[in-house]
Design a protein around this ligand. Structure first.
Ligand SMILES: Cc1cc2nc3c(=O)[nH]c(=O)nc-3n(C[C@H](O)[C@H](O)[C@H](O)COP(=O)(O)OP(=O)(O)OC[C@H]3O[C@@H](n4cnc5c(N)ncnc54)[C@H](O)[C@@H]3O)c2cc1C
Length: 420
């Protein structure tokens, strides 16, 4: 039996290794020039590959489906998979990283196992469509209809591959018998990093699958007015207020930037912001800059009252300026009680009107995707087309920061690989 895997990212590699160990003949089609490119950038180059506690509350999407997937392939099975390819891990505040602290050691281990299993890879191949005819899947590239692209693809293959590889790839691509497959897994990721969306959605739609509206997730927020601050970080409680109602609260690191707000806390609010902005709703983020203090007045009253010195030892200067601006306090020699009351109110509820998110080009994950209830949560097989499978971000499930998105990619990839 042979299998085409569309996409060469996290879920694809987990599926390829799991299925490859079952002696399935696999070809991975990747539009980029190497496999696991995004993986190398994850977790700021450290790859936060999973989390100690995989709870449904950290995910968006069909919870019953997500629960069913993780009940088959949970954290322990994911770590067993990594142990089987030699990746040692360590945990930091619940987040699981490779012991080396380098994402490259994860990609190296995945790729070396793919090599050991003789998994074929076809690079620079942007799959435009997949068709099913007479029980077989045919994987097509755009140049089938564009002769010019066909020529440039042949040239780029010659440039990139050794003569031996080039012959193999060309014959795989141009000889119809060689690129027809018994089964096909769509693991083409989401819409992030490319303005026109990921390649997998259209392929799944061509097989009758529905794709929900897509939103950028784990992404920075643009404020109505620029903050003009250079990457100032602090710990805060952030509340997301939509049309006057608080809908979500997060605690952790917030970052002030030129254009607005960033940081883990803001990322976790961002998918809700994206859909609210899209629906023309009023979005505000309120920050509590001293979340561990309920009443600031006893702390503030005895402090030195000079305008310049009041925040010394509490906040960095740009944050102090922002508090004064938001509280409407102009520069003066000394602060009076009225000013102190205004400051206390502002630091506990500093409001920012949000214009938009930074969009798919900056987002880490796509919220939304191919509807989960059109697949089996036991096998990841399509309920529309026999032999068609999907895994990873292309599906309508996404998680918060903390290793939850890669956990989903590995779990669905391993599950598909076990059942194909
Ligand atoms: C900067 C950054 C940091 C991140 N850090 C973390 C982290 O630390 N922890 C975490 O859990 N998650 C993190 N994520 C999210 C995580 O990387 C993704 O959720 C995960 O990679 C999704 O896996 P996937 O296999 O579904 O898709 P991907 O890993 O995106 O792989 C999809 C692959 O398919 C290829 N492809 C797409 N269309 C086609 C086509 N038509 N033909 C051929 N190939 C195609 C793409 O080139 C890509 O290589 C991060 C994301 C980013 C952008």
């Amino acid at each position: 039996m042979n299998l085409a895997i569309i996409g060469g990212g996290a879920s694809a590699l987990a599926a390829a290794i799991t299925a490859g160990r079952r002696n399935i003949d696999i070809t991975v089609f990747e539009r980029g020039s190497y496999l696991g490119k995004k993986l190398a950038a994850t977790g700021n180059g450290r790859c936060n590959l999973c989390n100690e506690i995989i709870e449904l509350g950290f995910y968006r999407g069909n919870k019953d489906f997500i629960k069913a997937v993780f009940s088959k392939v949970g954290k322990d099975q994911i770590l067993d998979f990594f142990a089987s390819i030699g990746v040692l891990t360590r945990t930091e505040s619940g987040r699981i990283y490779p012991y080396s602290n380098r994402a490259s050691s994860v990609t190296d281990a995945l790729l070396s196992e793919c090599k050991r299993l003789n998994i074929d890879t076809v690079y620079n191949f942007d799959v435009a469509s997949v068709e099913k005819k007479d029980g077989y899947f045919y994987v097509n590239k755009e140049y089938n209809t564009h002769p010019l692209l066909k020529t440039s693809f042949q040239l780029s293959l010659k440039a990139l591959s050794s003569p031996e590889e080039s012959n193999r790839l060309v014959s795989t691509v141009f000889n119809e018998d060689r690129y027809k497959f018994d089964k096909c897994l769509i693991a083409a990721g989401g819409a992030c990093g490319v303005s026109n969306g990921g390649g997998g959605y259209g392929i799944l739609q061509s097989f009758g699958h529905s794709v929900t509206k897509l939103y950028p997730s784990l992404v920075q927020l643009i404020c109505d007015r620029p903050l003009n601050m250079k990457s100032i970080r602090l710990f805060a409680d952030a509340s997301l207020i939509i049309d006057g109602e608080t809908v979500k609260r997060e605690h952790g690191e917030v970052q002030f930037t030129d254009y607005g707000l960033s940081g883990v806390v803001i990322f976790n609010l961002s998918p809700t912001v994206a859909s609210a902005v899209d629906n023309d709703r009023k979005v505000t983020v309120s920050l509590d800059l001293l979340p561990h203090i309920n009443d600031c007045m006893p702390l503030f009253i005895p402090r030195r009252r000079e305008y310049e010195a009041f925040f010394t030892g509490m906040f960095q200067r740009p944050v102090a300026s922002l508090v004064y601006k938001k509280a409407g306090i102009k520069k003066k020699p000394a602060l009076d009680n009225n000013d102190i009351i205004k400051i206390a109110k502002t630091v506990k509820d500093m409001r920012f009107d949000i214009r938009d998110t930074m969009g798919f080009d900056s987002a880490q994950v796509t919220s939304g995707g191919a509807k989960l209830d059109e697949f089996s949560p036991h096998t990841m097989q399509s309920l529309r087309t026999d032999g068609l499978y999907a895994a990873g971000e292309v599906l309508d499930a996404d998680g918060d920061c903390g290793g939850y998105n890669l956990a989903w990619a590995w779990a669905t990839g391993i599950l598909a690989g076990k059942n194909i």
